[in-house]
Design a protein around this ligand. Structure first.
Ligand SMILES: C[S@@+](CC[C@H](N)C(=O)[O-])C[C@H]1O[C@@H](n2cnc3c(N)ncnc32)[C@H](O)[C@@H]1O
Length: 316
């Protein structure tokens, strides 16, 4: 794999157990932060990730650079990341340590063009560690990490008041599943106004595994509520087609239908242009991009045109 093109400050971490079994991993991590290996770069805790994390970080970093440089003469800009983690990741299959999304953006050569960046996570440990890393990079004057829960919109909005107004905002939301309520996205949009949005969406994992049961099985009420909240105002679960696909166990069409509904709801918020790239080749996780600006979409498509493995992107 050609990883030479972007600088994620990659190093081998000899403390990583490498390929540890899931039950071992559960015991030695807390919120995915490893209790055994600390960073070989700065001695602080690291987040245990799968090999696909690199792809996500790569696309985000590419887009950040193109976005900031493309807009710098027209707009003042802010960067907001919800679910920021502690900043450094360790790839569990080979013990390779890399910058996570938050730190790779903060360490980008164009980061100083940003007015202000806010990194949010509901894990106080991750927030504290990331703040130390931002300070070590000398970015503390632009960027702060804050405790923030995407289910607690009021507190999230109060933190976003720290951002300068009349800016163009790049908002990256990076959860592990489809649990960020649409109302949170809507509130961020209402509060900040001009937004380009990137969301990590577990359409190939979480959703694909549970959506059929959420439609058919009353004991999946919690999953059904989660997906309803994720979609926002929608009669998705009452649709004839949804029942038909679920009964036919046609997970693929069910998921596509769900994704289309999500895009329709985003368009109602003003995000008329959307695009999606798979983070892993087996349609596991996706990065969903949404903007009101056709120029933004052009930038995004440029950013994701070349895959991290130096091959041209395949359409999905
Ligand atoms: C996929 S990780 C983020 C990784 C990070 N962006 C990176 O690249 O290193 C998901 C993060 O979401 C955080 N999280 C989980 N539930 C949350 C919630 N309700 N509100 C905010 N953050 C949450 C976790 O603590 C974790 O750090």
């Amino acid at each position: 794999m050609d990883r030479t093109k972007i600088d994620l400050r990659t190093i081998d971490n000899p403390e990583c157990l490498k390929n540890c079994a899931e039950d071992v991993r559960d015991q030695i991590t807390d919120g995915d932060i490893c209790a055994i290996a600390t960073s070989a770069l700065d001695g602080l805790p690291v987040r245990c990730v799968g090999e696909w994390a690199f792809e996500k970080i790569y696309y985000l970093r590419q887009y950040f650079g193109i976005f900031v440089n493309g807009m710098k003469n027209k707009w003042k800009m802010n960067y907001i990341e919800v679910c920021c983690g502690p900043g450094r990741c360790i790839t569990r299959h080979n013990g390779e340590e890399i910058d996570g999304t938050s730190l790779c953006v903060a360490n980008h050569e164009s980061f100083n063009l940003i007015q202000k960046a806010i990194f949010l996570d509901n894990d106080p440990q991750a927030v504290e560690i990331l703040n130390k890393r931002l300070d070590s990079l000398g970015k503390g004057h632009i960027a702060k990490s804050r405790i923030g829960d995407y289910n607690d919109v009021a507190s999230l909005m109060s933190t976003l008041k720290e951002l300068p107004e009349r800016c163009l905002n790049l908002v990256f939301v990076d959860p592990t599943d489809c649990s960020v309520p649409f109302s949170t996205i809507a509130s961020i949009k209402e509060h900040l106004g001009r937004i380009d949005l990137v969301v990590t969406a577990g359409f190939g994992t979480d959703l694909r595994r549970n959506i059929t049961n959420a439609v058919l099985n009353p004991s999946y009420g919690v999953a059904k509520k989660k997906y309803t909240d994720f979609l926002g105002k929608s009669d998705f679960f009452e649709r004839e087609e949804v029942l038909k696909y679920a009964e036919a166990k046609d997970h693929k069409r069910l998921v596509s239908f769900f994704v289309e509904e999500y895009k329709v709801n985003l368009a109602k918020l003003g995000f008329e242009h959307t695009d999606m790239v798979p983070v892993r080749r087996n349609n596991f996780l996706y990065l969903l991009y949404a903007t009101s600006n056709p120029k933004g979409l052009e930038f995004w498509q440029k950013a994701v045109h070349i895959s991290p493995y130096s091959q041209y992107r395949l359409d999905i």
